[in-house]
Structure formats: structure tokens, C-alpha cells
Ligand binder design. Structure first.
Ligand SMILES: Nc1nc2c(ncn2[C@@H]2O[C@H](COP(=O)(O)OP(=O)(O)OP(=O)(O)O)[C@@H](O)[C@H]2O)c(=O)[nH]1
Ligand SMILES: [Mg+2]
Length: 302
């Protein structure tokens, strides 16, 4: 049997639904999702199978105008995902239309080498009327030569089967790149740290989620089949530590419980999760924090 395999980069503004789509196509949660922008920080590879085709989805950080070192490293990681991909899919939020952010991504796409296969996916169609959708599809196609346009809801799954089938057709002939049962290419310790960061992001307000990072410090396999996982939450200020801990430690306890439950489901076994919050004023300027996240520190240089 001849097999097919390749890389599909999903790009778009923060919150467009890239991680939601990655998870839907993979059929499991490999990339964290929140209602907040800038949730994904590094490239996350999820693996979807479609008949004889293996589609490696490269979920990327949202593209926006970067201000901090971390932002710049994230945006660089997203464009690097594009450079390696066989197919690029630009996701936009149908109800927001062509925002200044979308305009600048279109400009970035126009600088890609000619002949690159770029498709458009209008996402969140559950939020708009069909007339709006058709108008938006037309206008987007006037601005860039997309080879194909899809209208989808990554959350509800509308239109995703068609998109998946088309992506499978685009994959070049190749041996599979991952074993058939592998769903993600991300070390387990990083997946575990991401799960905790998701729970923190969901519970903390405003800027705080952008000012913290989570690292798995230690992972111990126990004789009874369970795992003991120790993680550190790095925050930038003393005041943030108090907020992350919460009154009588309530917040960190709730985060830990939620993260542990998800980890247990993901791993299919018992997990003992221990979280420690550390103040590290300069973590956003430390190279090691970036490599732990899967980012290149020097990409953040101005
Ligand atoms: N109504 C609706 N909401 C969606 C849809 N797809 C995603 N969402 C929601 O949009 C929000 C952002 O989704 P994500 O998948 O985290 O978006 P992202 O593009 O990965 O965002 P970043 O990682 O920040 O770049 C979440 O609250 C999702 O539940 C959709 O089809 N319909
Ligand atoms: Mg994301």
C-alpha cells in the first residue's frame, strides 16, 4: 500500500481556533484551549490519520504585533511552522471579518515562495449568518489566491470532515512520519506543564496568565503504576504569587485538581501532582525558560 504523509501549518490571529481545530482533527486534546488570546506559545504537533494519509498538524502561536521578547519568539515560531509545511491553512474568525491583524497576516503570506498551497478556513461559522460568510469568503479570495476555502466550526465540527479529506489528498506520498498510534509530538512533561498552564489561564484574570510559565521539574514513575509529577509555576512578582495561591491556597488547589484530573485521563492512570509557585522577576528574559517552552530565546531579540 502506498502511504501519504506531510505537515499542515495552522496559522491565524490569536483566538482564531487553531488549537481547537488541531484537537478536533486529532480526536484528542493535544493542545490547550482557552477563551483568552495568546494561549498557545510554541509549535505543537498533533497527528491525525485519514485512511492511508497521515496529517501532521502544526498548531502555532497566534500571529499578532509582538511587543515583548516572549511575543516575538512566539510569532517567529509560528512563521517557522509555515516555512516547514506542505500546506498552510489560515484560520480567521468569521464573525470578526477582515481585521487589521488579518490584513497583516495576508501581507506576510504574500511574501511566501510562489506555488505554496495556502487554504482559507472561515471558523466559528456557528456565530454568523450565511450571507456574511459568503461575502467574507469572496473578499478574502480577492486579496489572496487561496487554493480552497472552507467554512467550518472547529468547536462543533461543522465542515471539518471536508477539510480533513482535502488535507489528506494534499499530502505527498511518503512513509508515515510517526507511529500510527502516536497523537502528538511533544514531550509528556511539556504536555503536563501545558495542562496546568491552561487551568491557571482559565482561573486568573487579565494580564496574569501572560506573566507566568509552568515547568515540569520532576517525573517519577511509581511501582504501583502511578506517576508523581512536580511542577513549578514561575511568576514575575511577589503580588502575583499571592494571587496564584489564592485565599488559603484555594486557587492553586483548584488548579492542581483540575490539571491532575486531565492528566489522569490523558495518561490513563493515577497521577500525584505537586505544584510550587516561585517568584522569578526576570523569567521572561531567561533563555532556559524559552527552551523549556519549546521556543528559541534568540528569536525574541529585537
Ligand atoms: N463559537 C465557537 N467558538 C470557537 C470555535 N472554535 C474555537 N472556539 C473558541 O475560541 C476560543 C479560542 O480557541 P483556541 O483554539 O484556543 O484558539 P487559538 O487560535 O489556538 O488561540 P491562540 O493559541 O491564543 O493563538 C476558545 O474559547 C474556543 O472554545 C468555533 O468554531 N465556534
Ligand atoms: Mg492555540
Amino acid at each position: 500500500m502506498s502511504t501519504k504523509a506531510g505537515f499542515v501549518a495552522l496559522i491565524g490571529e490569536p483566538n482564531a481556533g487553531k488549537s481547537t481545530l488541531t484537537n478536533y482533527l486529532v480526536g484528542a486534546k493535544v493542545s490547550i484551549v482557552t477563551h483568552k488570546v495568546q494561549t498557545t506559545r510554541a509549535r505543537i504537533r498533533g497527528v491525525a490519520m485519514a485512511g492511508d494519509a497521515q496529517i501532521v498538524l502544526v498548531d502555532t502561536p497566534g500571529l499578532f504585533r509582538p511587543r515583548r521578547r516572549l511575543d516575538r519568539a512566539m510569532v517567529a515560531a509560528a512563521w517557522a511552522g509555515v516555512a516547514d509545511a506542505d500546506v498552510v491553512v489560515l484560520l480567521i474568525e468569521a464573525h470578526r471579518g477582515i481585521t487589521p491583524g488579518v490584513e497583516s497576516i495576508l501581507e506576510g503570506l504574500s511574501n511566501l515562495p510562489k506555488g505554496r498551497v495556502v487554504a482559507l478556513a472561515l471558523n466559528k461559522i456557528d456565530k454568523v449568518r450565511s450571507e456574511v460568510l459568503l461575502g467574507l469568503a469572496k473578499e478574502m479570495n480577492e486579496r489572496f489566491a487561496f487554493v480552497k476555502t472552507f467554512m467550518i466550526s472547529a468547536e462543533k465540527g461543522y465542515g471539518v470532515t471536508e477539510l480533513k479529506g482535502w488535507l489528506a489528498d494534499q499530502m505527498p506520498e511518503s512513509p508515515w512520519l510517526y507511529p500510527e498510534d502516536q497523537i502528538a509530538d511533544l514531550p509528556l512533561r511539556m504536555i503536563a506543564a501545558e495542562m496546568t498552564r491552561e487551568k491557571l489561564t482559565l482561573r486568573l484574570h487579565q494580564e496574569l496568565p501572560y506573566q507566568l510559565t509552568v515547568e515540569t521539574e520532576n517525573w517519577e514513575e511509581r511501582d504501583d503504576g502511578s506517576a508523581r509529577i512536580d511542577q513549578i509555576v514561575y511568576v514575575a512578582r511577589d503580588g502575583h504569587k499571592g494571587i496564584v495561591l489564592g485565599k488559603k491556597g484555594e486557587t492553586i488547589k483548584a488548579v492542581s485538581q483540575a490539571s491532575r484530573a486531565e492528566l489522569e485521563e490523558f495518561l490513563g492512570r493515577k497521577v500525584h501532582l505537586f505544584l510550587q509557585v516561585k517568584v522569578r522577576p526576570n523569567w521572561l528574559e531567561e533563555a532556559e525558560r524559552y527552551s523549556e517552552m519549546g521556543l528559541n530565546f534568540r528569536d525574541g531579540n529585537t
